[in-house]
Design a protein around this ligand. Structure first.
Ligand code: SF4
Ligand code: SF4
Length: 435
């Protein structure tokens, strides 16, 4: 079996080698090496599909040097489906075991197969981490100098440990919360009924954003259905070569929601959203799930997309004047082509002064787990992003993806910058509460 050879060859042929994508590709712009560009990578993939190249280490390394940011897809005049190519290429790299080592296999098994397989396992680890942080052990260890004995890569990893929330989504959001506001004229019932996705890491690190999302939905006439045992959607797996595992995660998520009863499925995590919208393609060959996956893909909406679609209510009360800048998460702007809606939400919040961000659509280096596996390139992109943020003079950065929020927060903290990083929906929820 070969993922690239089995892929519809027309997808491989879409690239016309024009090079329009090159200036938008962060890795190419850093190295100026053709192999590190979208065009170069597609040429490698096609060589494998044509049987002219084998998926050896050099190929696999290149696929993991790609951010998967999809900026090339936005720039491409030929409509190259880089999302699919990227996922198949990484799956091919894993199938070939070109990067295989005992440590790598163990790590992937523990994280992708073990931890992310069951949300209770992730929550259990989250609880331990929360205790470690809350009891001050983390701060003590950091002050003690113990970390200096670790290899540099481990120290860098430790510095990226996210702060875990005291309570996770099921403690904050009831499985069914009924909107009390009625927005459809003449109706006695809430206008919409939506499913809310609470995510995996999002549930541990940003469960407060999930609560804000539910509040904003309720304030706009949406009854919110939130199954407590959701777990990971599999985007991490699809983007890291575990295509079959991604399929099983998608099936499990589909089983959690009664799609017939819902107007939309809401996500507030851009990286998940762009994957969730492709469940139709992921499960197209599965006779049991194909139809439901197609229905699912049609109903998945990013929170900003949904709010604008239903004509969300603008908050009334004028808060303290705050300078805010907006960073486009790659999988929102390139993966889902959503750029105007989050800006429209911010523009309607009284008291916010929006400062445009230079290169707002340039990747911040988070890119799933890219900042863990390619720390050098990720840091270059982060520093570039932080310089642009500093130049805006804003005291708040809004962005719609937990990975970007973590990456930018960590970068700002390392610089000692007093800038808050929030999800746009949090700003809207705060404005509603203030009113
Ligand atoms: S996904 Fe991003 S890093 Fe990868 S080739 Fe496209 S633009 Fe470059
Ligand atoms: S812009 Fe599209 S068609 Fe042109 S080289 Fe890049 S991927 Fe190929």
């Amino acid at each position: 079996m070969s993922y690239l050879k089995d892929l519809d060859y027309s997808v491989m042929q879409q690239c016309i080698h024009c090079g329009m994508c090159l200036p938008t590709c962060p890795t190419y712009m850093e190295t100026k090496i053709e192999r590190n560009s979208p065009r170069g990578r597609i040429a490698l993939m096609r060589a494998i599909a044509d049987g002219q190249l084998e998926a050896k280490k050099a190929f696999a390394d290149e696929m993991y040097f790609c951010l998967g940011c999809l900026a090339c897809e936005t720039a491409c005049p030929a409509g190259v489906d880089y999302t699919q190519l990227f996922e198949m290429a990484r799956a091919e790299a894993e199938r070939s075991h070109a990067l295989s080592s005992r440590t790598r296999r163990l790590l992937r098994w523990v994280v992708l197969d073990g931890l992310f397989h069951k949300q209770w396992r992730l929550r259990w680890v989250g609880r331990l981490l929360w205790l470690y942080q809350m009891l001050g052990v983390q701060a003590l260890v950091r002050r003690s100098g113990l970390l200096r004995k670790l290899p540099e890569s481990w120290r860098a990893l430790e510095a990226k440990t996210p702060t875990i929330q005291r309570r996770f989504s099921p403690d904050l959001i009831a499985p069914g919360e009924i909107a009390t506001t009625v927005t459809k004229a003449g109706s006695a019932r809430p206008a919409y009924r939506v499913g809310l996705l609470t995510g995996c890491i999002q549930d541990l690190v940003y469960s407060d954003v999930n609560r804000d999302t539910a509040d904003v939905l309720l304030a706009n006439g949406c009854t919110v259905i939130t199954p407590p045992a959701q777990g990971c959607c599999g985007s991490l797996h699809a983007h890291n070569g575990e295509y079959e595992m991604a399929k099983s995660f998608a099936r499990r998520l589909l089983d959690q929601f009664d799609l017939e009863q819902l107007d939309a499925i809401i996500t507030n995590a851009a990286g998940c959203g762009s994957h969730l919208k492709h469940f139709d393609r992921l499960l197209q060959d599965d006779p049991r799930y194909a139809a439901r996956a197609a229905q699912w893909s049609a109903k998945v909406k990013d929170i900003s997309e949904w709010l604008v679609e239903i004509g969300f209510r603008a908050p009334e009360k004028h808060g303290t004047e705050t300078g805010v800048t907006y960073h486009d998460a790659c999988h929102l702007c390139h993966g889902q082509k959503i750029t105007a809606q989050p800006r429209e939400i911010l523009a309607k919040i009284p008291g916010l002064r929006i400062a445009p961000l230079t290169e707002s659509m340039w990747c911040c280096g988070s890119a799933g787990i890219y900042n863990l596996i390619q720390p050098e390139m990720a840091d270059k992109l982060l520093q570039r992003k932080l310089d642009h943020i500093a130049a805006t003079g804003a005291t708040v950065v809004a962005t719609g993806n937990p990975g970007c929020m973590l990456q930018i927060s960590n970068g700002l903290a390392a610089r000692g910058a007093k800038i808050e990083v929030v999800h746009p929906v949090t700003l809207l929820a705060r404005a509603y509460r203030a009113g």
